[in-house]
Design a protein around this ligand. Structure first.
Ligand code: 5AD
Ligand code: SF4
Length: 442
């Protein structure tokens, strides 16, 4: 009988895509998909190490399988992705019930690794391919059938001082444009309408396998232009942009590409230039603000969202107030806000984590409050407007309530039939909250 696989995913969109990719290659090698951990022969945890909180949740979830593992001693538990790469053999002392660890760079070897563990029942660590380009395997499997993610590059060369990603996902490697286009054409032929291009820093995408070449700012724009030509695709999104590499050329090009959505996710991280320097972000608060002005000049109705870290080592009240002031000036549509946590081997882990927990809590609360008010204000002018929505799901508690996204990536809630999931509909916005727009189909 074919062995059944269950994958639990933690972390970012990149991990969601990696899990889908892993399921795809395993299905093509004769494994089956289990609908729950209880029914599986192999349980994979695709892990995130970016913040300590994510890692703690991961370890406690794995430990929660103790009873299941006792009941069914044949079950195999594998840790894959960032945490596997970071801890390597150390995984087995952290979570002893894990049978094998496999870093993101090694996931194309998973079918062999799993077969090996099933047969020989010995612990395996595969984490030697952190800097290698992934094999182009094009597995067919996708989680949905109308919107999906497409990875354009792996790894990161930026070494922001707080960030573990360059260590666990390795140096930046761009996929060839030809391979990306082939994948998107196939998706379009299969009925997918929205794609989100993924990379840690999409703006440094380079259509070349050679390293050490000078950075060509236009490669990402060229890629977008070529995807914009693909019949069937109606919406193109991308993330994440890096303020040191994003440029007005991109915004100007976005304006002229009908399928590229009017949304920019541009992590700011801090409003204090001193802290930005310590973070090794490569821009000042002023330069960041100018960049957003430029985006809004080309795309006046676009949305801008961001990531923020509070409580970075040595962050004073004055630094934090600079963050509050800048957030007030820029007026993001929404922001993901995080409390700093040291992530060795990232450089800032060597600095003293000296902002007290209570102060971090207070600052986080103040920032979230401010952003809620700003998000509400950003959403209010949308009342009375008719917006095109791609319907993407329904409310579990109230099955006639559907959800969808605007081109600017705002969530819209409205009443409708579930047959509309995957379709584009026009909705008039009747009321707004900081996190969603409520409307009625027209
Ligand atoms: N502590 C807190 N937040 C972090 N992020 C990355 N590393 C850390 C860290 N050590 C946040 C950043 C990044 C987002 C994905 O996670 O804001 O943009
Ligand atoms: Fe981490 Fe900075 Fe790279 Fe983003 S750009 S993945 S924050 S090192």
């Amino acid at each position: 009988m074919n062995k059944k696989i269950y994958i639990r995913t933690f972390g970012c969109q990149m991990n969601i895509r990696d899990s889908e990719f892993v399921m795809g290659i395993l299905l093509e090698r004769g494994f089956e998909k289990a609908n729950s951990a209880e029914n599986a022969d192999v349980i994979l945890f695709n892990s995130c190490s970016v913040r300590k909180h994510a890692e703690d949740r991961l370890f406690s979830n794995i430990s929660g399988l103790k009873d299941l593992k006792k009941k069914r001693s044949n079950i195999i538990i594998g840790l894959i992705g960032c945490t596997a790469q970071n801890y390597k053999e150390g995984v087995f002392s952290k979570v002893p019930m894990v049978d094998f660890a496999c870093g993101s760079g090694n996931i194309t070897d998973l079918p062999e690794i799993i077969k090996d563990v099933l047969k020989n029942r010995c612990p395996i660590v595969a984490a030697d391919k952190v800097n290698e380009k992934r094999k182009e395997l094009f597995p067919k499997y996708r989680n949905g059938n109308f919107k999906t993610h497409v990875s354009i590059s792996e790894g990161c060369d930026n070494f922001c001082s707080y960030c573990v990603v360059p260590y666990v996902r390795g140096r930046e490697r761009s996929r060839r444009q030809k391979d990306i286009i082939e994948e998107v054409e196939d998706l379009a032929n299969r009925g997918f309408r929205e794609i989100t291009l993924l990379g840690q820093n999409v703006n440094s995408y380079r259509d070349s396998p050679l390293r050490g070449q000078s950075l060509c700012r236009n490669d990402f724009v060229k890629l977008l232009e070529n995807i914009n030509k693909i019949d069937g695709i109606k919406r193109i999104r991308f993330m994440t942009s890096h303020p040191k590499d994003a440029s007005p050329d991109l915004f100007k090009a976005m304006k002229n590409m009908d399928k590229v959505c009017e949304h920019l996710h541009l992590p700011l991280q801090s409003g204090s230039t001193r802290i930005l320097q310590l973070m090794n972000r490569g821009y000042t608060a002023k330069r960041y603000a100018r960049l957003v002005d430029s985006f809004r000049k080309f795309i006046p109705h676009g949305s801008v969202t961001t990531d923020m870290i509070i409580g970075f080592p040595s962050e004073t009240e004055n630094d934090f107030q600079k963050t509050m002031t800048l957030m007030n000036e820029i007026k993001f549509d929404s922001a993901f806000t995080f409390k700093y946590s040291p992530r060795p081997p990232a450089k800032s882990a060597e600095l003293k984590d000296d902002v007290l927990q209570e102060i971090k809590d207070d600052r986080l609360k103040a920032l979230i409050n401010l952003q809620e008010k700003i998000s509400q204000k950003r959403n209010e002018p949308l009342q009375g407007k008719v917006l095109e929505i791609l319907v993407d799901g329904r409310n579990k508690k109230s099955p006639t309530t559907l959800t969808g996204r605007t081109r600017t990536n705002k969530t819209v809630v409205f009443e409708g039939n579930k047959k509309l999931i995957g379709k584009f509909v026009d909705v008039i916005i009747e009321s707004v909250t900081p996190h969603a727009l409520k409307g009625r189909m027209v």
